[in-house]
Design a protein around this ligand. Structure first.
Ligand code: ZN
Length: 147
């Protein structure tokens, strides 16, 4: 399953600390350590796939079916004005961790006046835990995981 040195596989098997927002049998949602904006989260399949093309199509469907519920909780929690959904495949596409993940990035009016992405920054673990807590409170697991 997991590769030898995959940071997401390590996080998923709880070898590394992380700020968790949601977890079910197939997926975890956690806060990005290098957020573009406050509330930037990642939806990650527990099974390791290097990229989206290697993932069974029905699992891709399940992965994306989580997006609206998670995004709604994030947007409400951090009072965002909008959000981006991003999924990078391959180095050329700026995929840093070769384990499939979907970015949910809250956006704020005028968060980047030059029209580019806001700068990523390093968030403290305490800060991420606090934001994760706020999002978790708005997530109803029975609503998220309808199958
Ligand atoms: Zn992995």
């Amino acid at each position: 399953m997991g590769e030898n040195s995959c940071i997401f596989c390590d996080i998923i098997t709880r070898k590394l600390p992380h700020a968790n927002v949601y977890e079910d049998i197939n997926f975890v949602v956690l806060m990005d350590k290098y957020p573009i904006n406050r509330g930037h989260a990642l939806i990650i399949p527990k099974t390791h796939y290097d990229n989206l093309l290697l993932m069974p199509r029905n699992e891709v469907g399940r992965l994306y079916s989580l997006v609206p519920s998670i995004a709604a909780a994030i947007v409400t929690s951090v009072k965002a004005d909008g959000f981006n959904v991003g999924q990078n495949n391959g180095r050329a596409a700026n995929q840093i961790v070769p384990h499939v993940h979907v970015h949910i990035i809250p956006r704020f009016n005028d968060d980047c006046p030059n029209g580019r992405w806001p700068m990523r920054r390093v968030a403290s673990h305490e800060e991420l835990l606090k934001i994760a807590d706020g999002i978790k409170r708005l997530l109803n697991p029975t609503l998220v995981n309808r199958e």
